[in-house]
Design a protein around this ligand. Sequence first.
Ligand code: SF4
Length: 263
Amino acid sequence: MSDLNFSCTQCGKCCHNLRLPLTCQEAVAWLQRGGNVELLCEAVPWVVEPAASDALAMHKRQRSFPAWSGELPIRVIVVLAATFKGACPHLGSDMRCGIYDSRPHVCRIYPAEVNPFLSLSPSHKQCPPEAWTSPTPFVRDNQVVDAQTQLHISLLRHGDQLDIAVKAWACEALDIQSASLSNEGYMAHCPSSEALLSVLQQTPSIADGRSSRSQWSMVTNQAATFDALCLAGAKSMYASASADGPSRYLGFRPDAPLQEQLA
Ligand code: SF4
């Protein structure tokens, strides 16, 4: 959300989004204020290095770390996300943000997106119509016009890259080794706030070397994906999207169970 545009000082609708992606530094601050943070993990099979002209692959490469799933080389993308039920814990009854001056970048860029491959459509957002036009058009040709918002988007993308080693280290230290197949859902891991805070505050001096050898399970709720991953030599696991617990699968599609689970 840009300073020029609409935040909880205006309507507060976007403050009910349930998950806010955070940089590592923001996650530390969020945890220190008593909030919850999850690690959302997804993985992309990475058998060959894509051409530098493949912009989408380069985007994924820049925000991921290398690992293995069985015999399959993969890259793991980890998003730290503040989670809450209902309204953000910092949204006051007057619909104002209680941490406005230090609110996360993602709140400052809303309704824009960090991911340059997502289209910006007012119909997908909860902002009032004037948020897209006043005082100047917010988006033109799917590009954010406002300079302040552009700056925060750049900072977020840069932060994503700087945080990779810390995220790889955090997964290693917290024994997190399962990820969804990218674009099918997420594996959401919710360690204790104390453990996550402690890990995020350490310096991962050897994280890169360790993460490149780490073994991950690829989790899916789709029988066809499970079979394809097994064929590719991956260490795959089936999980229902309805299962609960400190690590759970958040699927984008309804469960398509394995035959043995239907029997
Ligand atoms: S931190 Fe502030 S701006 Fe961001 S979601 Fe919470 S109340 Fe809204």
